[in-house]
Design a protein around this ligand. Structure first.
Ligand code: FES
Length: 170
């Protein structure tokens, strides 16, 4: 996807298509509650910006939703689904919370770190993958699990991870 053409915090810097999509989200909430669209708005803008949110983008969204910029930052920094620095083409979110931990997430993590040659919060040299550690993703019955972009992969083994990553390569 193309990166947003943002040079400041002015909402007119959102193109017409983005404004329409934001307006569609705002319309789902009661009048005067445009700030309720902050979560889908951040998702939308992050997707349009190559998977991450810059300060300019968050500032522009705050203006668009008539809310303080600090409130947008609070949401964007609270949830692990938002990234505030450039990321790889694919995001791998590994759950290390209790069910996944008890079912072998440590082995999964070590395998991914070794195979990709990066630690948590890092992106591979070729720009393909960003590896992240996340809290419970609500798929505890499939532990250990990870999220690759939007897809969940459960009951992981090291072999299964290799197949998933080999599948992306090919
Ligand atoms: S503990 Fe990993 S998905 Fe819930």
């Amino acid at each position: 996807m193309n990166e947003l053409q943002l040079t400041g915090a002015k909402t007119e810097l959102f193109n017409a298509d983005l404004r329409q999509q934001l307006d569609d989200w705002i319309a789902k909430y009661p009048s005067g509650q445009s700030q309720s669209a902050v979560i889908p708005g951040l998702h939308l803008l992050q997707d349009e910006n190559g998977g991450w949110l810059s300060k300019d983008i968050m500032d522009a969204l705050a203006v668009y939703l008539s809310m303080p910029a600090i409130s947008v930052y609070e949401v964007a920094t609270f949830y692990s689904m938002y990234d505030l620095k450039p990321v790889g083409r694919h995001k791998i979110n590994v759950c290390t919370n209790i069910s996944c931990m008890l079912n072998g997430s440590e082995e999964i993590v070590q395998h991914l770190k070794k195979r990709l040659g990066v630690g948590f919060g890092e992106t591979t040299e070729d720009g393909q993958y960003t590896l992240k550690e996340v809290e419970c993703l609500g798929a505890c019955c499939g532990a250990p699990m990870l999220q690759l972009d939007r897809d969940y992969h459960e009951h992981l083994t090291t072999d299964k991870i290799d197949k998933i990553l080999d599948g992306i390569k090919s």
